[in-house]
Write a protein that binds this ligand. Structure first.
Ligand code: ATP
Ligand code: MG
Ligand code: FE
Length: 336
């Protein structure tokens, strides 16, 4: 089964050809990061316009790189939510047009289910059930992947997403957008024990997260350094902030894995590319005999290969969308 997958939920215009859900024949990503950097974050209107400019070229490249024709494709997979409505609409409209013109079935995919499915690409042995920690720019969830396409959310953030916290702290210490990879890099030069930032625990919700407190603590630290005219050590702040976030993510994930007796843990989303998180989660999983899975960095951040992986399992489970498929900016996990 060959899926042509399209992703345009945020600031990456992406298309991929994926075989049987796990073999990536092509993975083309046109990133708008350089453009949005000028504004310190994603500007929705600019993102939509850029998607329109790029999408045809990106799809053509994906087919060419995979060396397949549109006729050989079995289905079109497309992200239809969650995300920026104007950005999503570009991919959805394109997918519908191709589906109609080429007479191919259409399969709408949930962006976060795509992030989770990125794990299937490089881990041919990974099969549900497993626990998945989703840490992306807009979401932080603990999910039980019960079966392909079957999810149960057991934990979520009460405020900022992990990636959002990275981006906001990066901005505060002058690293610019997108902050995650820059904090990751700078933290390697700092002392993670230099400053003790808070780890929020939510009463009666052991699997829930909160990152606004640690973000505020970083801002307070910066203010107090300025007031006292103390020197600001950005590397120490980056390392200590990252340690607080990683500690919370690892602790809650390990608690859930233990409580639910799950011996496989996966990570997904942009922050799953974080080197300190990979290392700490790896060490804790090893201690407990848990097998840890995470995608290569290129499959952690937004891409269409992950959408192709998710679309494949939806397709073989019988999911089909009509030409009335619309963008759903607040689409829920598991919603069809
Ligand atoms: P969502 O998937 O929730 O809609 P998104 O698509 O914008 O949001 P992703 O593409 O999954 O998010 O990931 C982008 C986020 O990952 C950004 O917040 C970015 O700062 C963060 N990120 C990327 N690499 C790293 C890293 N090495 N360390 C920490 N954070 C990172
Ligand atoms: Mg992005
Ligand atoms: Fe994403």
């Amino acid at each position: 089964i060959l899926i042509l997958a399209i992703e345009s939920s945020c600031d990456e215009t992406a298309a991929a050809v994926v075989k049987n859900g796990r073999i990536v024949l092509s993975n083309v990503i046109s990133s708008q990061i350089a453009l949005h950097t000028l504004y310190g974050g994603v500007v929705p209107e600019i993102a939509s316009r850029k998607h329109i400019e790029k999408i045809n070229q990106v799809i053509k490249e994906a087919l060419k790189e995979a060396d397949v024709t549109l006729e050989e494709i079995d289905a079109i997979g497309v992200t239809y939510g969650p995300g920026l409505v104007g950005a999503l609409l570009v991919g959805v409209a394109e997918a519908k047009a191709i589906s109609y013109a080429a007479k191919k079935p259409l399969v709408g995919v949930h962006h976060i289910e795509g992030h989770i499915s990125a794990n299937f690409i490089e881990h041919k042995d990974l099969e549900p059930p497993f626990l998945c920690l989703i840490v992306s720019g807009g979401h932080t969830h603990l999910v039980i992947v019960k079966d392909y396409g079957k999810y149960e959310i057991i934990g979520r953030t009460h405020d900022d997403a992990a990636g959002e916290a990275f981006d906001k702290v990066a901005r505060a210490i002058g690293l610019g957008y997108p902050g995650g990879p820059k904090v990751d890099k700078l933290a390697r030069e700092g002392n993670k024990y230099a400053i003790s930032f808070p780890r929020a625990n939510i009463a009666d919700s052991p699997y829930d997260f909160s990152f606004s407190g640690v973000k505020s603590a970083v801002l307070n630290h910066l203010n107090s350094c300025e007031m006292k005219k103390e020197e600001i050590n950005r590397a120490d702040i980056a390392a200590s902030f990252q340690e607080a976030v990683v500690d919370a993510l690892v602790t809650k994930t390990m608690t859930a894995a233990k409580d639910l007796k799950l011996s496989k843990v996966a990570m997904a989303g942009g922050v799953a590319a974080n080197s300190a998180l990979r290392e700490a989660m790896g060490a804790e999983c090893a201690k407990r005999g848990i097998t840890l899975y995470y995608p290569s960095p290129i499959f952690c951040t937004d891409n269409a290969a992950m959408i192709g992986a998710a679309a494949y399992y939806e397709f073989i489970n019988g999911t089909r969308h009509g030409l009335d498929l619309n963008a759903v900016p607040n689409l829920k996990i598991g919603q069809r």
